[in-house]
Design a protein. Structure first.
Length: 241
């Protein structure tokens, strides 16, 4: 097979790159990392573009397989097409250069700091708190780094004690490191990361901050994570300074 034929038959990586090369489309994908479905109007408002512009970009993202469309009655929603797309977006965000500009307002600075401290990354926990949870699980022998990242027998027992159920089967790996774009170190993803995040919401350990991806670790969450993983209360409380 010659080079031209190889290019024609291989994966079209450039097509995916072109989809994310536009700032508005990339911004849509970053917003959708919260794991929820958004309307075109909500995404347009979030990025400060016209509704017609948002619709055009969403058509491209859906057609390219990065977003999936859902309809409820007259309403149209979009979400990331799956955890593999979320992984791609988060990994690219971790590699992207940091913007140097300062937040224009105190509220913008607060939103930035809240996202850096604790947030959802699609369906698992990220930020300072997410990385600290992964580190503590490794230190306590619940996760093993010897052959990549794996859940140990002690980890299985620990999840069982919490009442966390990890769905069996499926193509998604049980555990997977996800490079955190603010900490530049891995937090826990995969089926275990998703189940632990779901438990944190169900048990009231964390709550969402407005309509953003940021989450607040509650008093119940601080008590649980301190008792279960030895995390310090100081780390779990976001500084307002």
């Amino acid at each position: 097979m010659d080079t031209t034929q190889a290019r024609a038959s291989g994966p079209d990586l450039a097509a995916v790159a072109r989809l994310l090369a536009d700032g508005t489309r990339a911004g849509f994908c970053l917003a959708l990392l919260d794991g929820r479905a958004w309307t075109a109007t909500e995404l347009a408002r979030h990025m400060g573009v016209a509704a017609s512009t948002a619709t055009e970009h969403l058509h491209a993202l859906v057609g390219g397989g990065l977003l999936a469309e859902e309809r409820q009655g007259r309403h149209r929603y979009v979400r990331l097409a799956g955890p593999e797309v979320a992984q791609l977006v988060e990994d690219l965000a971790a590699l992207a250069p940091r913007r140097a500009e300062r937040p224009a307002t105190l509220s913008a600075a607060g939103r930035r700091d809240a996202l850096a401290h604790a947030r959802t990354c699609y369906d698992h926990l990220a930020g300072t708190v997410g990385v600290a949870i992964a580190d503590a699980m490794v230190e306590r022998g619940l996760l093993d780094l010897a052959h990549g990242l794996g859940l140990t027998a002690a980890g299985h027992d620990w999840l069982g004690d919490l009442g966390v159920t990890v769905p069996a089967g499926g193509r998604r790996p049980a555990v997977r490191p996800c490079l955190d774009w603010t900490e530049r170190r891995p937090h826990l993803a995969g089926a275990v990361g998703a189940a632990l995040c779901r438990h944190a919401f169900d048990a009231g350990w964390v709550s969402r901050v407005g309509s953003t991806r940021a989450v607040l670790v509650t008093a119940a969450g601080r008590a649980a994570l301190t008792a279960r993983l030895g995390l310090s209360d100081r780390l779990l409380v976001r500084s307002r300074a």
